[in-house]
Design a protein around this ligand. Structure first.
Ligand SMILES: Cc1cc2nc3c(=O)[nH]c(=O)nc-3n(C[C@H](O)[C@H](O)[C@H](O)COP(=O)(O)OP(=O)(O)OC[C@H]3O[C@@H](n4cnc5c(N)ncnc54)[C@H](O)[C@@H]3O)c2cc1C
Length: 813
């Protein structure tokens, strides 16, 4: 029985873990905590269980996700949903009816084929089928305009409210307490940690809090200063009367080119979708009394979906529509949900922002959440959904509302390779932004930063997105050539920069970093921060700066997307008695990288200081005069070959840029962007965090020993795991691949096939100037990791067609 908090005698005064929100996310989290043996869990719901968004969801449950861990999560959810009724005795409405996804355009068909190959690599059964076969599976559909379809027999549907109640019962059977009618109105903290919650019925002390408050999660998070960037949008479906030929086991059907989906509902069709320009629900704050409520019908907003649906299923033209349901659902700035421990407050966890896939995802997300809470660390690489991918500025409500109008539509819109989102931009800009714009820069956005992807020449427009060889490639090739043969200038101001200072800064770094950090001031160390499993939490460059007033100082340079995550990792490992202060100084320094064989000559012309290879050795850094400015020159290169990163106070960046441009014209100096940088680093075999490196990859698997010293005197996190793994067979192994055919173009994410078996995926692909063809990096897994060696040929599944690529090992011997 779920209790309603009417009597003060039953109101608990404490619990180890409090969950706020009794929708499917909260109930699944409660279920999994209990399943793991956690008995002292209290779930508080301001209304009744399911009363927020869960009760009115459509109930489609699919498995295909863009990466391995997310797919594992959704597959687990389906297994759970298929056995839950037997466990709890409460029906869930689960039916494994399978799903059909259709393609109207050749490009969509290519994308579906790529997704199918990937899904198979992740262990999901997927079949490519003809339009005729799709029609046989889904007889009320028109198929004469289809290119093809995919059939996923393991997918299904559920009744969301019943499923949620069944999870709740499973949780209560294992001892979870659930109270309805309790609004949590505040969160108390002690020493930066959660210590309790406040409610109208009184305070509850707790050690851990999990914010599962759905569309309220942002405003509820704000009560404790926690940023949960999500925003509701109006979201629609219709339900018809009975239709001939529609039966309970009719598959789920998705027609993404029409932005629509279908599910059988009481003998009729439930049809909804994701219109390209959505309607944010600008209700601030969302009242706590919004329970079992819907929004007004809006047929104008629904019309594009209806038109496409009548085209796909002509029976809808005459079928009586029982209702147009409009319910709010929350969306996030990147379309992925939000999981994990908030960086602002210890023991404050979030599980929210499901972007209209909360029924499908909550089974698995609740399990991940329980593991995360009980271990105090993410159980695997969950970076795509990790709350620490969002910096504080992402909580801006105007930007969130605008972005929600865009991200809802992305659900089914054709996602082109390297397609950039448009709303909320430009926001974070380098001092060179206007100058680079005038010089033809085409910008992409990372963590809010505008970064030049490439430079158009001759006043050209941005080439249209496509799947084949991109229109920008000739420009990027010239930028790569300048880097390899002359000198190129990259604006890398977006780098994350963290300053760690204090008496114990070295001790902290020694514990966190796998390299020897006790180096003299002026030295730079490329290193890894590993987790206890030996996986990469980050890879970063650390500069030891001259001490100030006796305090050690280190500048940590990390990826543009990572400063919140890295700062959180470091801060949580600074002991209560240690004196070490970490400050995010990303916005104080511009970074201008000059790369290429003529870089030393260029710097000689603008600086009186000796930064020649002899004067400033590789992996060394020093302050120099440059024009009228003082900058920190760091000798290093991510792209291979000679190069310097110049750390310039932002207010001097324009001056320094002008000096370099004026001095470099006759050296062939060229502005270059991130596409060239990425292609060059792939060619040089440099791994990137988030692509080749992550919490699930060890240095053994990544072949990355620079930055790891197993023999250093002070122990570091992850060392024991590495020692245990030493000499053991690899679970996977990173290889380089070069495509044989110079006319094909790949983008990354393609399946690697050997002897007819999918053995891995390409993590990154770029154009190799040296090879005159695409080159990529990718892990091969399992047995293949042991047998595939340099010189083997692999088939890369490129849009469903096998393309030969030669494997080689940058790091062998
Ligand atoms: C039209 C529509 C169709 C959809 N179709 C699908 C589908 O087919 N498949 C799919 O996977 N997903 C679908 N979804 C999405 C799915 O419904 C949601 O992602 C999911 O229900 C979110 O669950 P939740 O637990 O995060 O949020 P909710 O169900 O909203 O639960 C949050 C709960 O927190 C409570 N709460 C908030 N603040 C407080 C507080 N301060 N104190 C106490 N309690 C509080 C609320 O009352 C609420 O009950 C659809 C959504 C819509 C709108």
């Amino acid at each position: 029985m779920v209790l309603t908090a009417t009597s003060s005698t039953i109101f608990p005064q404490q619990a180890r873990i409090v969950i706020v929100g009794g929708g499917i996310a909260g109930c699944s989290t409660a279920y999994h905590l209990a399943l793991r043996g956690e008995r002292d869990v209290l779930l508080l719901e301001q209304g009744k269980l399911t009363c927020g968004t869960t009760w009115h969801a459509a109930g489609l449950v699919g498995q295909m996700r863009p990466n391995r861990n997310m797919t594992r999560m959704s597959k687990y959810g389906i297994e759970l949903y298929s056995m839950l009724e037997a466990e709890t005795g409460l029906a869930t409405g689960w039916k494994q009816c399978g799903s059909v996804n259709v393609a109207r355009t050749p490009e969509r068909w290519q994308v579906l084929k790529k997704q199918a190959a990937l899904a198979r690599s992740f262990g999901v059964e997927v079949q490519l089928i003809t339009p005729k076969e799709a029609g046989d599976l889904y007889p009320v559909m028109r198929t004469d305009d289809l290119q093809g379809a995919i059939w996923i027999p393991g997918d299904g549907k559920a009744n969301p409210a019943d499923l949620c109640m069944s999870l709740a019962k499973g949780a209560r059977n294992r001892g979870v307490r659930m109270l309805e009618g309790v609004e949590v109105t505040g969160v108390t903290t002690e020493g930066g940690r959660v210590s309790g919650v406040q409610t109208a019925q009184g305070p509850v002390r707790c050690e851990l809090l999990i914010n599962c408050a759905g569309q309220w999660a942002r405003q509820f998070g704000a009560l404790a200063g926690v940023n949960v960037p999500l925003y509701p949008a109006e979201h629609f479906y219709i339900v018809t009367d009975k239709i001939a030929g529609v039966h309970p086991m009719l598959p789920v059907m998705r027609d993404p080119d029409g932005f629509i989906y279908y599910k059988e509902e009481v003998g009729g069709l439930l049809m909804g979708g994701f219109e390209p320009v959505a309607k944010p629900w600008r209700m601030e704050p969302i009242p706590s009394t919004f329970q079992f409520q819907l929004l007004d019908e809006d047929w104008d907003q629904f019309e594009p979906l209806m038109k496409n649906a009548i085209h796909r299923t002509p029976c809808l033209e005459t079928a009586p529509v029982k209702m147009l349901l409009n319910g709010p659902e929350s969306f996030t700035p990147d379309g992925n949900f939000i999981l994990g421990e908030a960086p602002e407050v210890r023991n404050y966890f979030v599980c929210a922002g499901f972007n209209s896939a909360g029924i499908a995802n909550s089974g698995g997300a609740g399990k991940l959440m329980a593991d995360w809470v009980l271990r105090g660390q993410a159980p695997s690489d969950l970076w795509d959904v990790d709350i620490r991918r969002f910096a504080p500025f992402t909580g801006n409500r105007q930007a969130l509302a605008e972005r929600t109008g865009e991200t809802l539509g992305l659900h089914y819109a054709m996602r082109w390779p390297r397609q950039e989102l448009q709303t909320g931009r430009p926001l974070r800009t380098s001092p060179l932004y206007e100058q680079l714009t005038q010089k033809g820069a085409e910008f992409g956005s990372k963590n809010g930063w505008e970064r030049a992807n490439y430079f158009k020449t001759g006043g050209a427009e941005r080439p249209a997105y496509g799947l084949g060889k991109p229109g920008w490639l000739p420009w990027v090739i010239e930028e790569q050539r300048a880097t390899r043969e002359a000198v190129a200038l990259y604006d890398q101001t977006s780098f994350g920069k963290l300053l760690l200072q204090g008496r114990d800064a070295l001790a902290v770094l020694q514990r966190l970093c796998a390299a020897e950090m006790d180096v003299p001031p002026g030295r730079m160390v490329y290193t890894a921060m590993l987790n206890e499993r030996g996986g990469f939490e980050s890879d970063l460059t650390v500069m030891r700066l001259p001490p100030e007033r006796g305090n050690d100082r280190y500048l940590l340079v990390t990826g543009s997307a990572q400063p919140v995550r890295d700062a959180d990792w470091i801060n949580r490992h600074i002991g209560p008695d240690e004196f070490a202060l970490l400050t995010d100084v990303s916005a104080l320094w511009s970074v201008l990288s000059v790369m290429g064989p003529r870089a030393p000559e260029l710097l000689r012309r603008v600086s009186p200081d000796d930064v020649s290879p002899a004067g400033l050795k590789f992996s060394h850094t020093q302050e120099i005069d440059l024009g009228h400015a003082r900058v920190r020159a760091a000798r290093m290169s991510y792209v291979g070959g000679p190069g310097y990163e110049l750390y310039v106070p932002v207010e001097m960046a324009r001056h320094v840029y002008g000096q370099l441009q004026a001095a470099g014209a006759d050296l062939g100096l060229r502005d270059a962007g991130y596409y060239a940088l990425d292609a060059l680093r792939i060619e040089a075999g440099r791994r990137a965090w988030g692509a080749e490196l992550g919490p699930d990859e060890t240095p053994f698997e990544a072949g990355l020993w620079a930055g790891v010293r197993l023999d250093k005197a002070s122990p570091f996190i992850g060392r024991d795991a590495l020692l245990a793994a030493q000499g053991q067979p690899l679970r996977k192994k990173l290889l380089s691949f070069v495509f044989e055919d110079p006319t094909v173009y790949a983008w990354g994410g393609e399946a690697i096939v050997m002897d007819g078996q999918t053995v891995g995926e390409l993590s990154s692909v770029g154009w190799s100037l040296k090879a005159g063809a695409c080159a990529g990096l990718g892990y091969v897994r399992g047995d293949a990791a042991r047998v595939v060696h340099a010189g083997s040929f692999a088939a890369i599944d490129l849009w469903g067609e096998p393309v030969r690529a030669l494997a080689f090992d940058h790091w062998a011997g």
